[in-house]
Design a protein around this ligand. Structure first.
Ligand SMILES: [Zn+2]
Ligand SMILES: [Zn+2]
Length: 318
């Protein structure tokens, strides 16, 4: 299972009532933040998922509206009591940018480990997440992300009992190791079923729709993608500034066979993004126009599910 929440939906500059575009992912209690523009830590605090368990920050690219909030966030994570390393991933240039930002956030009680990723890289992230990246197409290097969680194959308890495997040996077989009991060797294949599909989340912002990204996000349960412009007539602007319209994002989602699409990263000139939802649903039906606090869950059995916002649960939290 993966939980995900939108923290903000704005492009370029934070506005009253619209924080900059970013999202928080939670898996096995670990938090991963996707992008961190100015004010993102305030948006995080409003949502109450905490700071201390922030294990990784994944940066799409190095424009200010996606990274300028890093120094303040690092201080707040320190104040929340973190002592274990925090990982920052991003495209080429991330090491230099974080080093620069850290000149105003030097003394931290935990280590910041920065790693630049290249298109096609795949790494083990926190919370049993497998992270894969692919290059997008923007005015500077940009990465799209795929966060996948695999699911252990089903353990056939009835069969294990029939065969006389002691219960205390079950976990060894589940780990994929042989077990010897009273001279008899049991192999995992005797009691472990077929591989089961897991869940996956895609994140693609500040990019044109590309084939490389489409492959990266193929079949994800939920795609969080930019829709900088709602109106189809802004297609030329989208090409010039290397962004996507709602329709282009929805086309990308449809071609990639994703389960559901959240649109975010709205141009400041678009006051009511919901007004243009039809331009997306024209080509892909499962679209939610992003808003701060929009929350979803990717279930192993049922895929994407939207969580209704519980206003009473909001509040200050570390
Ligand atoms: Zn941006
Ligand atoms: Zn950008």
């Amino acid at each position: 299972m993966i939980d995900v929440m939108l923290l903000g939906t704005g492009a370029m500059t934070p506005l009253p009532g619209r924080w900059l575009s970013s999202a928080l992912v939670r898996s096995e209690g670990s938090l991963v933040l996707l992008d961190c523009g100015e004010g993102t830590q305030v948006a995080m605090r409003e949502r109450g998922w905490g700071f201390r368990r922030l294990d990784a920050l994944c940066l799409s690219h190095l424009h200010a509206d996606h990274v300028a909030g890093v120094p303040g966030l690092l201080h707040t994570v320190a104040n929340a009591g973190r002592t274990s390393p925090l990982h920052i991933y991003g495209p080429a240039g991330t090491v230099d940018v974080i080093e620069g930002l850290r000149t105003i956030a030097r003394d931290l009680p935990y280590e910041v480990r920065v790693r630049e990723l290249a298109s096609g890289d795949e790494i083990d992230g926190p919370g049993e997440l497998r992270i894969r990246v692919a290059a997008g197409e923007h005015r500077v290097p940009v990465l799209g992300y795929r966060f996948g969680r695999s699911r252990a194959p089903k353990f056939d308890a009835d069969r294990a009992r029939e065969m006389g495997v002691p219960v205390k040996a079950w976990s060894v077989l589940q780990r994929g190791e042989d077990v010897e009991v009273a001279g008899r060797v049991f192999e995992p294949s005797m009691v472990i079923g077929e591989q089961r599909s897991g869940v996956a989340l895609g994140f693609a912002t500040d990019t044109r729709p590309t084939d490389t990204l489409r492959e990266l996000i193929s079949g994800v349960d939920l795609l969080i993608a930019e829709g900088t412009y709602g109106v189809d007539d802004d297609g030329d602007k989208a090409i010039t500034h290397r962004h996507m319209t709602f329709r282009e994002s929805a086309q990308l989602a449809a071609k990639a066979g994703v389960g559901h699409l959240w649109l975010t990263h709205f141009s400041a000139s678009m006051l009511n993004p919901v007004d243009w939802r039809g331009n997306a649903t024209d080509v892909f039906p499962h679209v939610t126009i992003g808003r701060a606090g929009l929350e979803g869950r990717l279930n192993f059995d049922t895929g994407y599910e939207e969580i209704q916002m519980k206003e009473e649960c909001r509040g200050l939290s570390h």
